[in-house]
Design a protein. Structure first.
Length: 250
């Protein structure tokens, strides 16, 4: 048996709950939106860090179904930032063959945001080197309920037998069935909860919570999360070092 320290591995898929923008701004006496703005720089830093380390899948929780409850100005500001982020980021995506993907209720988003998202997802659709997945108007329960409804429709139409519904089939009805489950879920700003993020897919994810607020989370903090991940022993309910979807690094 190799020593745990010799079993270094890196995640194939990292998912991040980017929390703490509001608190970051409040600490500086700034409006919340300034925190969101500073947070987009962390997004760029983490996208770059994944690219440099060959981490193929990065999912970012950018806006939850519950976030629509926030004041109209904050929601509007976030939508504007998203459009700006897409325009700034597009060249990078092309330069590094990164595909933009979306999970969530796109139908809830304002027309201008949808148009921009459609444009960039279509323009990057053939890339495979990396996948940047934005969770927008995303809710884990909504995703699961939507899958259940679509399966029920298939059964009703006679295309599917109830007995055929198992975990593998159910997964195929989720938003992005081809994307492997996250190996590592990072949450910034210290809250010990999932807030409706990837409920189905997080079954065996390693959780990493840091008190660092999202606008302060940069490459160094990301590296610390990866280091911690490489020291975790994943058992998947078994007893030993079983194969996960993470990759061994020598
Ligand atoms: C995360 O930061 C960004 C979104 C949820 C859109 P918050 O805005 O939740 O920041 P806090 O939690 O209030 O500090
Ligand atoms: C989770 O953060 C959602 C996103 C990061 C997009 P919230 O700030 O909305 O979560 P709660 O309300 O603290 O659980
Ligand atoms: Mg928050």
């Amino acid at each position: 048996m190799p020593e745990p320290s010799a079993m270094l591995s890196r995640p194939l898929h990292v998912a991040i709950i980017m929390d703490g923008n509001g608190r970051w701004a409040a600490q500086r006496g700034l409006p919340r939106l300034r925190g969101h703005e500073a947070g987009t720089e962390s997004v760029q830093a983490v996208v770059r860090a994944c690219r440099d380390r060959g981490i193929r899948y990065l999912t970012l929780y950018a806006f939850s179904v519950e976030n629509w409850k926030r004041p109209r100005e904050e929601v509007g500001g976030l939508m504007n930032l998203l459009v700006r982020f897409l325009r700034d980021q597009e060249r990078e995506l092309h330069a590094h063959a990164i595909r933009l993907r979306l999970i969530g209720r796109q139908e809830d988003l304002p027309e201008e945001v949808r148009r921009e998202l459609d444009r960039v997802t279509n323009a990057t659709r053939s890339y495979e080197k990396g996948h940047l997945i934005l969770a927008l108007s995303y809710g884990g329960r909504t995703e699961i309920a939507t899958a259940a409804r679509r399966i029920a429709e298939q059964v009703k139409a006679g295309h599917l037998e109830p007995a055929a519904v198992d975990e593998a089939l159910f997964s195929r009805f989720l938003y992005a069935p081809d994307i492997p489950d996250p190996d590592l879920i990072i949450r910034t700003s210290g809250e010990m909860r999932l807030s409706n993020f990837l409920l189905w897919q997080s079954a065996y994810a390693e959780l990493y919570v840091t008190p660092v607020l999202w606008p302060d989370f940069r490459e160094r903090e990301f590296e610390a999360a990866l280091d911690e991940f490489s020291r975790r022993q994943r058992r998947f309910g078994g007893l030993g070092a079983e194969e996960g979807s993470s990759e061994a690094v020598s």
